[in-house]
Design a binder for this molecule. Structure first.
Ligand SMILES: Nc1ncnc2c1ncn2[C@@H]1O[C@H](COP(=O)(O)OP(=O)(O)OP(=O)(O)O)[C@@H](O)[C@H]1O
Length: 252
């Protein structure tokens, strides 16, 4: 079952084309890293795929009714600010709203999903703290937990690991791999190519208004693509500890 299908998706913002004719499918079991330089259109692509902004072409998510879509795809936006001074537990429980009927109270299954999400993000000790009084990285983890609590087949996350410490960056990417191993999929925009090559099964390189490459990290992070679309050179090696990618120099 395809979890996301985009066909010829194009977006212009204020009459400026951001990207055009993007076609792709996301199948179960994938951690898809959406990569590209600043302003390439990664956020815009995910928002258009979700139907949050107008687009030309087709997105299988955008045509769903909001309630159906919220059970199919969870969305973590790039802005990691929390608006309300609720506890972490309450914030994460908000992820269960798509699963509740009108007026239906949170039940045992919802509480279990919240507990799982808190554990996945290592937030048990913070569950009764006021979310707005957490550190920036802790707030980000709470928002990831809310997204996970939705327990959808597909997760779309916009730079979720930005601002996390190294251990939590790795743990979060491993959590996404665990989700994919359950037959779900995660699409994540990410600037840290070192973590992307280690934890993403597939990379989609968006640049110059187009998908420039789509495949395994080895297929996408070629010296030519790194030079042409990121303006860098890099060291990319397979090691006994897995693939290691280190950006080296700006080459333009
Ligand atoms: N509301 C808007 N109105 C007009 N232009 C916009 C708007 N939002 C984004 N853009 C433009 O669309 C382009 C793509 O922006 P987008 O945020 O999708 O890029 P991105 O790849 O996510 O970037 P980053 O890596 O910096 O987060 C940029 O040129 C940006 O200036």
């Amino acid at each position: 079952m395809t979890l996301l299908h985009l066909r010829d998706l194009s977006v212009s913002l204020r009459n400026r084309p951001v990207f055009r004719d993007v076609s792709l499918s996301v199948e179960p079991g994938q951690v898809v890293g959406l990569i590209g330089p600043n302003g390439a259109g990664k956020t815009t692509l995910m928002r258009a795929a979700l139907g949050l902004i107008p687009a030309q072409g087709n997105s299988s998510l955008a045509v769903m009714k909001p309630r159906v879509r919220a059970r199919h795809a969870a969305w973590m936006p790039q802005n990691h600010e929390i608006a309300w001074p609720v506890t972490v537990e309450v914030l994460v429980t908000l992820g269960r709203i798509p699963h509740l009927g009108a007026g239906q109270a949170v039940g045992a299954a919802d509480r279990a999903a919240v507990d799982r999400a808190l554990a996945q993000m290592g937030l048990e000790a913070l569950r009764h703290r006021t979310a707005t009084r957490l550190s920036g990285g802790e707030q980000t983890r709470a928002l990831i937990a809310r997204t996970l609590a939705q327990e959808t087949p597909l997760v779309l996350a916009d730079e979720p690991i930005a601002g996390l410490d190294p251990a939590h960056q790795i743990a979060t990417m491993q959590c996404f791999q665990d989700i994919a191993a359950q037959g779900k999929s995660v699409m994540v925009s990410i600037h840290d190519l070192g973590l992307a090559v280690r934890h993403c099964s597939r990379l989609i390189l968006l640049a110059g208004g187009r998908v420039q490459a789509d495949g395994t990290p080895e297929q996408v992070l070629t010296p030519d693509n790194l030079r042409d679309h990121f303006g860098i050179s890099a060291h990319f090696a397979q090691t006994p500890q897995g693939p290691v990618f280190q950006p080296l120099e700006v080459v333009r």
